[in-house]
Ligand binder design. Sequence first.
Ligand code: ZN
Length: 432
Amino acid sequence: MDYLIRRSIGRIPRVAGYRKSIRNYKVLALESSCDDSCLALLEKRPNQTAEVLDHCKTTLNSQLTGGIVPTQAHEFHQKQIGTMMADFASKNNFNRSPPDLVCCTRGPGMLGSLSASLQLAKGLAIGWNTPFIGVHHMLGHILVSKLPAKELISTPQYPYLSLLCSGGHTMLVLLKSLVDHEIIINTCDIAVGDSLDKCAREIGINGNLLGKELEKYVDALPLQTKAEFDEISTHSRNNEFDYKLRLPLKGPHNQAIPDNIEFTFALFLSSIQNHKEKYQLTERSKQFIAYKTQRFIFKHIIDRVNISLKKHGTKSSTNVKGDGKFAGVKDLIFSGGVASNKTFREMLQTDLNTNLLSNSDETNFRFHFPDVSLCTDNAIMIGITGIEIFENLQKVTNLNVLPIRKWPMNELLKVDGWIDIPQEQVNGIISK
Ligand code: ZN
């Protein structure tokens, strides 16, 4: 379907003469893949990064159910998204000045949750006669780092690595271009955010976002207590808590550099459960287990990433010379909800062996940490990604598409529904 031609027919006065006057265009973005209903309005100027004009978010409270129930999330979004949009539209004057592009998360995520905003986004695109783009949620988490942030040094340059750590995903991805992604490490069981939530619940921590509550709980421990805990080894049970916790996949039967590098998080919860079968938690053992669990989960991620740097870097280390797959990589983007954890950010900067990469040493390797508020699910990242797809790939999405529950990052363009549009039509929006 040719949205842009229909648009130019309907709005001749605004389009006429666009080649002479380059102006800004507005992008509406919607996100509801999990338990957050989110909207964002961005303004894009030619050859500049987008500016966030407004955004909002409401989150399903799953405290009583102890986790996200898909049917409840579906109902939540269906009830929320319409009224949120009505308020957002009137606040941002969409009646007089509707957005020029509508972007919405198409997947991956829970189908019921995704459908709520996808249907609304399609309806708005039809009503306003604008192009519509169905966006990949995880690519959004990565590309949100394109927004200027306090800690951002410069825009990452391809090829770069992204460590995506959230409630639904844990992966190290090599991005060679906007569409060329290779998953280097994935989890073989649950995601890190899910693991942190489950461990926190098992330890007895309460709240809606349990991983975040665990971080607060550990952060609040006195420095002296943390220093004491650091001195206590959990390599064997020979400690005051009779608690054993080692890094997974490091035993004598595991290869130093495995053929398939994976994350695994199931062990952290079972360690706590095993302990609770024998002992009742005291305040001190609760503090100890919370502290060690969070730290070891992050250590495990860094350990696996370091192994992949050895395997795919080019500099020699402990007699291992990498295969050079990461040649040219100088940037690492840290994204997803768990990436907002400050302890994790610190550990990553201290413990990652980036000097194993070619063309990089500790002085010129760049870590990119999106603002903490942009690490969790939001619609801003969906708008940023939609703009990238629209301007750089010259693609929009057909209105007949369905949400996608599982959508591997390396199959961005392999799904149905993409429509190529000529550059002149993109220009019709960019420079209307
Ligand atoms: Zn997410």
